[in-house]
Design a protein around this ligand. Structure first.
Ligand code: FES
Length: 151
């Protein structure tokens, strides 16, 4: 059901863990299944110097989170905000349609971490990012029951 790349990132996820001294933290829930993830970023000169993630989710969520951290590391904040879910999924060789919602956690988590960093540092938040933040927050409140769908 999963591509070779998805399985590889699932079995050997990059940048797993917590970051107690993170400059920004993004927490997002998957409204479909109730799973949750955190992305932690360390920012230097507006560049993501380090990034880690923790996901309580399925194989697709873990693989896409791993890929997002790999692609975001070293990017400027603006470049990281440009990362799209489509790009992540394509770079992993695709995902079954039923798992696309799981992949959204990773990009949303990254956006939330950047939003948190900008807010904490009293920096202007781009309109688009603020809108996405409000949407993610609204979805988080609706997060419901757990329903894994891996098989
Ligand atoms: S993230 Fe919950 S089933 Fe994939």
């Amino acid at each position: 059901m999963y591509s070779k790349d998805v399985m590889e990132h699932f079995m050997h996820p990059r940048n797993v863990g917590e970051m107690p001294d993170a400059d920004g933290v993004g927490e997002v829930g998957n409204p479909v299944c109730g799973d949750i993830m955190w992305i932690y970023i360390k920012v230097k000169d507006d560049r993501i110097e380090d990034i880690k993630f923790k996901t309580l989710g399925c194989a697709a969520a873990i693989a896409t989170s791993s890929k997002v951290t790999e692609l975001a590391k070293g990017r400027t904040l603006d470049e990281a905000l440009d990362l799209s879910n489509k790009e992540i999924v394509e770079s992993l060789g695709g995902l079954p349609p039923v798992k696309i919602h799981c992949s959204l956690l990773a990009v949303d988590g990254l956006k939330e971490a950047i939003h948190d960093f900008l807010a904490k540092n009293k920096r202007p938040i781009p309109d688009k990012l603020e809108k996405e933040h409000q949407k993610i927050k609204a979805e988080k409140c609706e997060t419901g029951s757990h329903d894994h769908n891996d098989q």
